[in-house]
Design a protein around this ligand. Structure first.
Ligand code: ATP
Length: 381
């Protein structure tokens, strides 16, 4: 049974003329033990989605269930959840121990010995057992974050809800805590809904990620599914850093070639068949990830001429910012090469690595051919 379910959930904030549909007919499940990351740009409805499950917002339409039970009308304290926020929300006058036990005492009838036992076990797990008598103002940001996590863990809920819990930490600590939190969630094996606007966090932490835009679910899948098989232009452009490159072209059904300024790109037969069925008009948007672009020695129907505008040497790789016709693209090539700015280069978009989207709807017509990526078994590490 899933830990939590959203079924056709909508949330409308009524404000007279200023009515906002923050969550629009959302359906997905968070499986038992799963780490599900809800990701999307600012204002897309992530926090509202999480708050609906927590009971901090009322649902306009649809149903939310926790452990199979509909909780639409349950008070937050009656729901079997625990939350961790970006602003740790610790009580400044209480010690770490008191902060951790407060919620337990308010919402459960657990005997003292069990409360003490849970707090000590959790504090040890989080490496804060020597801080139990301190107050929050005597803690670092990372320690406060651990206390906030500890307070959620001691409740032993059915679902953890985490809203950007690492955003207040500096970059190094955030990376460390990312790994730590993942390990912790793995050990605790509790369904977790984790909200972030950071696609790197989503890619590295989630068992699955749910990509949200404008209150609507765009795609739900494993990080690699969303990366390699995006369902539409939004997901393709949002997941991945640097982003996927896009070229808006006109497709000619007669010769299976897409054309735009400075670009004439030929698709293979199988791709042509997909375009034939999948395009609503002639507009096709070709997508290619920076790391899939190759430098070509000679021209063929899969290459374009590019003007190198800026080179960013990163050591391991070079990011080339180039212009192709009126489009700007980023290519990532090995750091072994020295590339001069203001020169032209011929670049190849290998046919097995391109994506095609219907320009009118934004929907994917086909994605890169992942079967062609498979390494022979002998090369598997
Ligand atoms: P961020 O990453 O910036 O926190 P978010 O994806 O979490 O954004 P939400 O906070 O869920 O987005 O907001 C979704 C939409 O609902 C926004 O347009 C926001 O302005 C609107 N909204 C949120 N809370 C309210 C409210 N209480 N009253 C009216 N509108 C609201």
């Amino acid at each position: 049974m899933p830990g939590a379910v959203y079924e056709n959930v909508t949330k409308v904030f009524e404000g007279g003329a200023d009515t906002v549909v923050a969550v629009d007919d959302l359906s997905f499940e968070i499986n038992d033990g799963e780490f599900l990351v809800l990701v999307g740009p600012s204002g897309c409805g992530k926090s509202t989605t999480l708050r609906l499950l927590a009971g901090l917002e009322t649902i306009s339409d649809g149903e939310v269930r926790i452990d199979g039970e509909v909780v639409n009308d349950q008070k937050p304290k009656d729901r079997d959840i625990a939350m961790v926020f970006q602003s740790y929300a610790l009580y400044p006058q209480k010690t770490v121990r008191e902060n951790m036990e407060f919620g337990l005492r308010m919402t459960t009838e657990l005997p003292d010995s069990e409360i003490v036992d849970r707090i000590e076990r959790t504090a040890e797990m989080l490496g804060i057992d020597d801080l139990l008598d301190r107050k929050p103002n005597a803690l670092s940001g990372g320690q406060k974050q651990r206390v906030a996590l500890g307070r959620a863990i001691v409740r032993e809920p059915s679902v953890f809800l985490m809203d950007e819990p690492l955003s207040n930490l500096d970059a190094k600590l955030r990376t460390e805590m990312r790994t730590e939190l993942q390990q912790l969630q793995d050990d605790l094996d509790v369904a977790t809904l984790y909200v972030t606007h950071d696609q790197t966090e989503a890619m590295t932490m989630g068992d699955r990620i749910a990509v949200l835009d404008d209150g609507k679910l765009q795609q739900i899948g494993t990080p690699l599914e969303c990366y390699h098989e995006p369902s539409n232009l939004f997901v393709a452009g949002f997941i991945g850093d640097p982003s996927m490159n896009f070229l808006e072209l006109e497709y000619d059904r007669m010769d299976g070639t897409a054309r735009g300024t400075g670009v004439s790109y030929r698709f293979v037969d199988e791709q042509r068949a997909r375009l034939e069925n999948g395009l609503t008009g002639d507009g096709v948007t070709l997508g290619i990830r920076p790391e899939d672009i190759e430098v070509a020695e000679s021209a063929d129907p899969t290459t374009v001429e590019a003007e190198v505008e800026v080179v960013e040497p990163m050591g391991k790789e070079n990011f080339l910012h180039v212009s192709v016709g009126d489009a700007r693209l980023t290519a990532s090539i090995s750091g072994e090469y020295v590339v001069d700015e203001d020169r032209t280069l011929r670049l190849r978009f290998p046919q097995s690595k391109v994506h095609a989207f219907d320009s009118a709807s934004g929907d994917a017509v086909f994605n890169r051919d992942r079967a062609a990526d498979q390494l022979p078994p002998a090369a598997t590490l």
